[in-house]
Ligand binder design. Sequence first.
Ligand code: ADP
Ligand code: 5GP
Length: 211
Amino acid sequence: MKRKGILVVVSGFSGAGKGTLMKNLIKTYDNYALSISMTTRQPRDGEQEGREYFFVSKEAFEEKAGQDGLIEYACYCGNYYGTPKEYVETQLGMGKDVILEIEIQGALKIKKKFPSALLLFVMPPSAEQLKKRLAGRGTETQEVIEKRLHRAVEEAKGIGSYDYIVVNDDLEMCTRELHSIIRAAHSAVARNEEWIENMRQELDVLVKGEK
Ligand code: ADP
Ligand code: 5GP
């Protein structure tokens, strides 16, 4: 049976640890391809062009979106973020599980376009911990932190559209849990319809041959 890649969407409040988790997942397991998004936000200290994001101007972003070069995009806290189409299609074609670490509006667009996508939501252990992590990261001003916490209140209302939640308390445990959920998703009946249909046909042929 040829293994088909799954489109995996990972969302979560800013500061929940999505970026940290995704880096750990890719480092620990094979067969994942992490999509690099395009954004109009400024790079943080330590972020590299083409590693965390492709950092572009508003004009360049709008041009890419206008050419149908993004499979989804959204505006988050005043900046555009979008998923380049080509990488996702190539990697899925190669049988990789492609991870999109994106916010909720984008996640819902993906679910509509690709109903078999797996939607995961990363939770912090508590709201207090979320605030501590966001502040502890030291990459945003107090004003931006407040904006992102308010956004979290809105995002929390949409969790019902996701398939699974994972709590990022212990990083290693959470990484293993994410990997297990994705592995289990490969065995879902709905993701194996072609293979099941082939088996039905083989059984038919076998039984007819025995008569
Ligand atoms: P996000 O990508 O969701 O905005 P980050 O990956 O940047 O979040 O993590 C936010 C902060 O929390 C970072 O400083 C990171 O080192 C820290 N962090 C992430 N996961 C954990 C964890 N399991 N335990 C403690 N701190 C964590
Ligand atoms: P950050 O500025 O913290 O890197 O990202 C802000 C939010 O944008 C996060 O929730 C992140 O998951 C989301 N995001 C990153 N890339 C994309 C993307 O390509 N599309 C969408 N819709 N959201 C994205």
